[in-house]
Design a protein around this ligand. Sequence first.
Ligand SMILES: NC(=O)c1ccc[n+]([C@@H]2O[C@H](COP(=O)([O-])OP(=O)(O)OC[C@H]3O[C@@H](n4cnc5c(N)ncnc54)[C@H](O)[C@@H]3O)[C@@H](O)[C@H]2O)c1
Length: 287
Amino acid sequence: MNQTNAGTGTALPDVWALFSVRDLSVIVTGGASGIGLGFAEALAQGGALITILDMNEERITGEVARLQKAGYRVRGTKVDVTDHAALDAAFDAAEAAYGKIDVVFANAGIDPGPGFVAHGPEGVTRNPAGSLESYTDERWQKVIDINLTGVFATVRAAARKMKPRKSGRIIITTSGASRTIAAGIGAAYMAAKAGSAHFMRTAALELAAYNITVNAISPGYIVTNIGGGHAHDPAFQAAFAKTLPMHRVAFPVDLCGAAIFLASKASNYVTGQEIGVDGGLTLGTAD
Ligand SMILES: NC(=O)c1ccc[n+]([C@@H]2O[C@H](COP(=O)([O-])OP(=O)(O)OC[C@H]3O[C@@H](n4cnc5c(N)ncnc54)[C@H](O)[C@@H]3O)[C@@H](O)[C@H]2O)c1
């Protein structure tokens, strides 16, 4: 039963309905691992209809089977986000399977270190292997193709499906690297994430009139399989945690709240925003 807000006279929504993702058709690129898998699993648990798009077929098979066994409505397709025709076809297939596309997470990304510094037991040292002079065209282009152009192609595919229905939610995974420098990763990653963040704002402005919101989740240090899975090392986690304002690293589950907020009616009037979920990482060092 809705109550009335005495101040405005408008009806207050049911708070559970506000955050509901039930029966929403959701696409997650890079959804077979790490942050994307966390998004997929959280929304599946909330009753959404999930399509995982990822280039790792083995992981898709394993995770889709695991989630289906848990009773969730999940399907998956092997797609490389740099293959734009295949990406468009996968959106067509998701729409055919679930009848619509409500929410799209443009999340697939890579972190091909090294950067110009290395973090080791002796602290931060310069790493010539990751310097600008050593940076190849191929490496630059690969990161841009996946982490920036792949986001563009995913958002374009989403807009094509959502605009005729005048409804949709697009959520891009950026990074603290869109605003600060993660010098251990490499130059193209910063450029791609900053580009994704600003692209998010222009897409949000263009699509707002069609009731499509476009926002970003900007994670801090999250334990996933990125960069070869180095973040799984407990010694590395403990050392890194000391440098973080909240004194702990994060896991994909720490991003679920932001994902549900941005996918649900709770964020109805929020667009063009980059929400940092980083435990204060981008604020600076406190201790
Ligand atoms: N882990 C972190 O600390 C962190 C921090 C900030 C931002 N991010 C961003 O989060 C996103 C997800 O990364 P993650 O940490 O979960 O890594 P992850 O490696 O665990 O998962 C990434 C998934 O994307 C898939 N993928 C990679 N390239 C692809 C392509 N060309 N086409 C389709 N799928 C592809 C991989 O197969 C993998 O399943 C990335 O955009 C990354 O830049 C991660």
